[in-house]
Every structure is written in C-alpha cells, then in structure tokens.
Design a protein around this ligand. Structure first.
Ligand SMILES: N[C@@H](CCC(=O)N[C@@H](CS)C(=O)NCC(=O)O)C(=O)O
Length: 240
C-alpha cells in the first residue's frame, strides 16, 4: 500500500526535459514520454556548442550534455539511463521486458548499438578519406550483425511485437543514418539488399505516429549536419 502511494506520488511530479533539436539522444526520451502519455515541459538548449544554459550545467555537471530529464527537481542523465528510469516510474506500456534474462539481452544489444553504430556515425560526420572509409566498413559490419539478430528474432519490432526500449534506442537510424551516409560518403548506408530485415524494421518504426511526428525535418537536419561537417573539417585542416 505504502509502496503504491510512493510510486503514484512519483508519477505525478513535474517532468522537464532538456534537449536540442538536432540531437538523436533527447528524441529517444521524447518518444518514450509520448508513448507513455506523460506530460512534460520541453526546454531547448539555445547554443550547445558555446553557451550552455546554467540549468544544463547544473543538472549534468559531469558530461554537460543533453538529454537531461528533471523529475520533481532531480536530474537524470544519459538517454539510455533515462529510458530505464521512465519505464520504472511509469510502469504502464512497458518498454523493457520484466524477465531478468530478457532484460539483460536487451541491454546487451543497446550497448552494442551505442558502441558500434553511434560511435561510427559520430566519427563519419567529421571525417573523410581513409578514416571515413574505415568507419563506414565498421558500421556496415555492425549492421550485418544487427540484421542477423533481427532476422533470427522474427519479431515485428526489435524488442518484440510492439515498440520497446531497443527500438527507441535504435530509431535515430531512420533519419540520422541516412543523412550522415549521404553527406559524408554520398551513399545510403543501409542498403536494402544487404539489410532487408533492418530496412523493413525502419519502415515499421517510421510508420509509428509518435516516432515520425517527433523527428526533425530532413532538410533542416541535413543543412545543420553538413554545416557541422564543413566547419569541423575546415578547422582541422587549418590546424594542420
Ligand atoms: N551518451 C549520451 C550522449 C548525449 C550527447 O552526446 N549529447 C550531445 C548532443 S548530440 C551533447 O549534448 N553535446 C554537447 C557537448 O558535447 O558538449 C546520451 O545517450 O545521452
């Protein structure tokens, strides 16, 4: 009884989310909050490069990055950690499995996707030549592994028959992967013939209203990322 009362009062506390429109990390949290129907206030960082807000610096003093979820005045950092927190506090429409083994498997794949896909894509945006080709190769090999895993699972979504934690962790790929492939090496990374299951999954994910309605515009994001790329490459050439 007491536990139920504590969890109900937690659910009702004020929720704020610090984000930045072009980042693939806060959007995971937006998707989770919307899938669970949680009311929140979104606070956009104005200048993430040169002038971070006092609220961000004070809420995430270690990494100084978005997203930060502020729940009842308490900050929670790191998007994957935030997704798990949301799933524990608002336990309806579960994102993670309850079974400890299943949960460990889901966390394994989330870590794999962060280490192999996100890291390669981060480097691809700001590299060219041999360094770029090396990352593209690593990314494609990681996608081969994901393709096989998704195919073997034979489920509509990565987490099961309905959208879950792993889908939210990976769903940035439906927009950012395509754009970053195009602006860095002029090709679509997620080739339909090499990754048929992954492509079908991307289509299913894109068809979910909460996902598609909360993605940034492809044109705006392309201009933004191209600008980041050009500025970073020009600065590194000037330093050499
Ligand atoms: N691992 C973090 C990554 C967050 C992240 O890299 N956020 C970027 C936006 S794309 C940021 O705030 N960058 C500011 C900085 O690096 O100073 C997460 O999953 O939340």
């Amino acid at each position: 009884m007491l536990i139920l009362m504590i969890s109900i009062s937690m659910e009702n506390k004020e929720v704020k989310l610090l984000g930045f429109w072009s980042s693939p990390f806060p959007v995971r949290v937006i998707w989770a909050l919307k899938l669970k129907g949680i009311e929140y206030e979104y606070i956009e960082e104005k200048d993430l490069r040169q002038n971070k807000s006092p609220l961000l610096l004070q809420s995430n003093p270690v990494h100084k990055k978005v997203p930060v979820l502020i729940h009842g005045g308490k900050p929670i950092c790191e998007s994957l950690n935030i997704l798990e927190y949301i799933d524990e506090v608002w336990s309806h429409n579960r994102l993670l499995p309850d079974d400890p083994y299943e949960k460990a498997v889901v966390r394994f794949w989330a870590k794999f996707a962060e280490e192999k896909l996100v890291e390669s894509v981060r480097i691809m945006i700001i590299s060219e030549g041999e360094e770029l080709m090396k990352e593209v190769k690593q990314l494609e090999e990681a996608l081969d592994i994901l393709e096989k895993e998704m195919k073997d699972k034979k489920k509509k979504f990565f987490g099961g028959e309905s959208i879950g934690y792993l889908d939210l962790v990976l769903a940035w790929s439906v927009l950012w992967l395509e754009i970053i492939g195009e602006i860095s090496c002029g090709k679509k990374i997620s080739d339909k013939h090499r990754y048929p299951t992954f492509n079908r999954w991307m289509e299913d994910v894109k068809n979910i209203n909460i996902i598609k309605e909360n993605l940034p515009s492809k044109d705006q994001l392309t201009v933004f990322l191209l600008n980041v790329r050009n500025l970073t490459l020009a600065a590194s050439k000037a330093n050499n």
